[in-house]
Design a protein around this ligand. Structure first.
Ligand SMILES: [Zn+2]
Ligand SMILES: [Zn+2]
Length: 256
């Protein structure tokens, strides 16, 4: 079975491939589009609706990658019109100061060489604890208030880039994230570009009954999901429920 790929960027945000060409590559394997919201030209609700209309007209499954903690509130009707919403954390704010995940992300994608340059900065246990809490709070808000369907690259952060993610993320924190998703029927993404979550996390999530969603997170041409296939195989999660291009959960009670 070829899994549906939910996480794909087009030139409407920072991808290098037009929506029109994305619509053509659906013939290669099933996928949707999920541009960043907000992003330069995709910065407000009007622009978002235009993107949604254009993508739907091309026959694409239409999602967004909602930037947790940064994006404007998503009106209920817009959320419901989307086939799915991926909610991703790309930074946290601690005491008014933004702590970005960009370098960590680039490193995890293998674009920064063998050494993670920020490792020392993020070695402080107190800073780690605050990042973990802020990260989880953003995911919780996304689930309860925005009504996200998928947690994008759930364990992408400086804590994963520092080394062994199973010690970077305390097991108790992993269990809280997993339980939160299961309670609300939200899928955990298996992300091809970053190669995460790590095996033990996937095994834990599967043992608790989690739902998963596949995302290549490609900004370029569509490539085979080789890493994803290996992650699914090695963690033995192939028999878990996977999202198939459309949301399964109803709206969150508090979104309006
Ligand atoms: Zn992302
Ligand atoms: Zn993305």
């Amino acid at each position: 079975m070829t899994p549906f790929d939910h996480h794909i960027h087009s030139s409407r945000s920072d991808g290098r491939v037009s929506l029109e060409d994305r619509a053509k590559s659906v013939a290669i394997r099933p996928h949707g589009v999920s541009d960043h919201y907000p992003w330069h030209d995709l910065k407000d609700h009007d622009a978002l609706r235009r993107y949604m209309d254009d993508a739907a007209r091309l026959g694409l499954h239409v999602g967004i990658e909602y930037d947790l903690g940064q994006a404007p509130p998503l009106p209920r009707a817009t959320r419901d019109t989307l086939d799915y919403v991926i909610g991703s954390v790309h930074r946290v704010t601690l005491d008014g100061e933004k702590v970005g995940y960009d370098l960590a992300g680039q490193f995890l994608k293998g674009r920064m060489g063998p050494t993670y340059g920020e490792a020392k900065r993020f070695a402080d246990p107190e800073l780690q604890r605050r990042i973990l809490e802020a990260h989880l709070a953003l995911v919780r808000e996304g689930i309860l208030e925005t009504g996200i369907d998928i947690v994008g690259h759930p364990t992408m952060s400086p804590l994963a880039a520092r080394g062994d993610p199973d010690s970077g993320y305390p097991v108790e924190w992993q269990e809280r994230l997993i339980a939160l998703c299961i309670e609300h029927g939200v899928a955990l993404e298996i992300n091809e570009a970053y190669g995460l979550p790590h095996r033990a996390f996937l095994e834990r999530a599967h043992a608790r009954g989690a739902r998963f969603a596949v995302g290549s997170d490609t900004h370029f041409e569509l490539l085979p999901l080789e890493r994803t296939a290996a992650m699914i195989r090695e963690a033995g999660v192939g028999d878990a429920p996977f999202l198939d291009g459309r949301r399964l959960r109803a709206g969150a009670p508090s979104i309006t």
